[in-house]
Structures are given as structure tokens and as C-alpha cells.
Design a protein around this ligand. Structure first.
Ligand code: UDP
Ligand code: MG
Length: 326
């Protein structure tokens, strides 16, 4: 009993969301196994989450799982997005230490030993990473990212760290805390911050992908940032109410002014253009406010449906059964 306890090694789970990453998965596997080989006091499991890829990602994962027992994978029934993929990977993880990494090697595996050491031996529950530069990224993307972080940090109580990546290692306690937030509209960077715990930050310069192309275009990122604002702030709702009150006040003052003008100077109202402009302005603000309400309502609607966050089509267990039959 005592002996087995002594020889029991820590298990590190590496969660890797993959969407059309057939080209990068082998590179990633090579690099991460090199790091794993150097850390002989711990064991590893690699959980690849195929997020409904349309290329040969699943085939690559099947091959790896056959070669290497440490490789596990979950293949989704369709593309659900990186957020559900991360959630699924965390949920499947069995390790006392869990790390999330992109498949494209933009998250350097060389940091894993240092991260593990900090979570295990220092008083930290997680080690997170942020990019110190956005070198290699289109300037327009960096510009909007900066504006987004300014806005969200002003209107949300949950701190969003600029340049933070999803690459981090957590202990079991924090992983379970993240998993306990079962919301459908997930913004994991915010969830990490919301659950709290002690986090150490590491910085590194932006690294470009080894192969393939980015899966996030400008429009996808824009929608993602709106998702974050709605998930972590109700400020837009307050803004809508505030503008409503402001304009009602202005309208009241104007009505009183008009009545006084009519009674005292008997000037009848002139100027259709100004009237039209005011009607349009107020109409626009009303529709804008209804739009904001609609955004929150639609998110609430999706949450109340309690749909599953992801659906699995295949895992490494399935191919184990296959080989048993042969
Ligand atoms: N990803 C995913 N589902 C998606 C989009 C992306 O699982 O719908 C994965 C992708 O395979 C990669 C990671 O998320 O491992 C980060 O994506 P990418 O490198 O394209 O984003 P970028 O680094 O350009 O922001
Ligand atoms: Mg990338």
C-alpha cells in the first residue's frame, strides 16, 4: 500500500482542441512527446478533441491512439467551436494537473515543466500565459483586440487579461471549478478569471503557427467578443435604460418649452426637418435598445433549453473495440 502510494506518479492531462489540424497534429505530437520524455517523474495523457474537422484530423488521431496508449481523443458530431472543445477535453481529463494547448504549436510545449513545477510546488492553482507581443498578427486585428479589452474591463467585474491565451495548466481543484460552470454560452477566458484561485502569469512572444491557417477570421472574433460582453457584463442593458431616461427627460423639457413658447409668444411650430430628425433619432435608439434586450434574451433562451454543449461521434474507446473484433 505504502509502496504503491510512493510509486504513484502524477498524471498530467494535455487537452488539445483541433479543428482541421491534420497538418499540425503530427508536429504537435512530436514536440509534446519530446517534452514528456524529459519529465520522467510524471505520466501524461494527451486528449485531442476533434471539433468536427472536415480534413483528415480524425484519421491522424486514430493512428496516434493506436500507436500510443497515452493518446485519447474525442471526435464531435460537427463543428461546435473551440469553447465546447476545451470543455469536453477538461471533462474527459483524469489527471491531477490539466493543461490546455492549441494544436498549432503557438503554445510552446517547452513551458510545460515550469508550469507543472509552479502548480505542484509553489502556492499556485494554475499557471496561465499571455503574449507580450502580437507580432505577426494583422495590425487591424491587434487594434480591435486592444479596444475590446479596454471596453470589457471597464464594464465587467471579471478581469480579462489582455493578450491572455487559453494555454494554461490547472490543478484538479480549479479544473473541477471550471467544469462546474455548465453554461452553454462559454467564454473560457472569463470563466478562468471568474472562478478565481491563485494564478501565476507567464509571458512569451507571439509564435506563428507551424502549418495550416487560423480558424478565427475577423467576423468570428467579432461575434466571440460580443459573446464575452454579454456573458460577463450587463452594462449594455444599463446603457439602454440610461439612454431611455435621458431622452425621456429631454422630451419633457422640450414639451414644456413648446407650451410656454405657444402661450407667451404664440409662435406656432415650424421646421419639419428638425422634427423628423428627432423622431428618427429616438426611433433608432429604441430599436438599438430592443436589440440589446434581444441579445440577452436569446442567450437566456439558449441557456434554458439546456442543450448539450457538445455531441460525441467517436472516441479512442471505439477503435479499441474495433481492433478487438478483428
Ligand atoms: N479550434 C477548434 N474549433 C474551432 C476553431 C479552432 O477546436 O472552431 C482550435 C484550433 O484547431 C486550434 C485552436 O483552436 O488548435 C486555436 O485556433 P487557431 O490557431 O486557428 O486560432 P488563432 O491562434 O489564430 O487565434
Ligand atoms: Mg493558433
Amino acid at each position: 500500500m505504502n509502496l504503491s502510494e510512493k510509486t504513484k506518479k502524477d498524471l498530467i492531462s494535455i487537452v488539445v482542441p483541433c479543428y482541421n489540424e491534420a497538418e499540425t497534429v503530427p508536429h504537435f505530437y512530436n514536440e509534446i512527446t519530446k517534452v514528456a520524455a524529459e519529465m520522467d517523474s510524471v505520466e501524461f495523457e494527451f486528449i485531442f478533441v476533434d471539433d468536427g474537422s472536415k480534413d483528415k484530423t480524425v484519421e491522424k488521431l486514430r493512428d496516434l491512439a493506436k500507436q500510443d496508449k497515452r493518446v485519447r481523443y474525442i471526435s464531435f458530431s460537427r463543428n461546435f467551436g473551440k469553447e465546447p472543445a476545451m470543455y469536453a477535453g477538461l471533462k474527459e481529463s483524469r489527471g491531477g494537473f490539466v493543461a490546455i494547448m492549441d494544436a498549432d504549436l503557438q503554445d510552446p510545449p517547452a513551458l510545460i515543466p515550469e508550469m507543472y513545477n509552479s502548480v505542484k510546488n509553489e502556492d499556485f492553482d494554475s499557471v496561465a500565459t499571455r503574449r507580450s507581443t502580437r507580432k505577426g498578427e494583422p495590425p487591424i486585428r491587434s487594434f480591435f483586440a486592444r479596444i475590446f479589452y479596454k471596453i470589457i474591463n471597464r464594464i465587467s467585474d471579471t478581469e480579462m487579461v489582455e493578450g491572455a491565451r487559453d494555454f494554461r495548466m490547472m490543478n484538479r481543484k480549479m479544473t473541477d471549478a471550471v467544469l462546474s460552470l455548465e453554461e452553454y454560452n462559454r467564454f473560457t477566458k472569463g470563466i478562468f478569471s471568474w472562478v478565481g484561485y491563485k494564478t501565476k502569469w507567464l509571458e512569451y512572444e507571439n509564435i506563428e503557427r507551424v502549418a495550416g491557417t487560423t480558424k478565427f477570421n475577423f467576423w468570428k472574433l467579432f461575434k466571440y467578443s460580443l459573446e464575452c460582453i454579454i456573458a460577463f457584463s450587463t452594462a449594455p442593458l444599463v446603457l439602454a435604460s440610461f439612454i431611455g431616461i435621458l431622452f425621456t427627460a429631454i422630451a419633457f423639457i422640450s414639451i414644456i418649452a413648446l407650451i410656454i413658447r405657444e402661450l407667451v409668444w404664440e409662435v406656432s411650430a415650424a421646421g419639419w426637418p428638425s422634427t423628423m430628425v428627432v423622431i428618427l433619432l429616438i426611433g433608432g435608439i429604441q430599436i438599438f435598445s430592443i436589440g440589446i434586450l434581444g441579445q440577452y434574451l436569446s442567450k437566456t433562451y439558449l441557456e434554458t433549453k439546456k442543450r448539450p454543449i457538445y455531441l460525441v461521434r467517436e472516441t479512442e474507446e471505439d477503435i479499441k473495440n474495433d481492433t478487438g473484433k478483428e
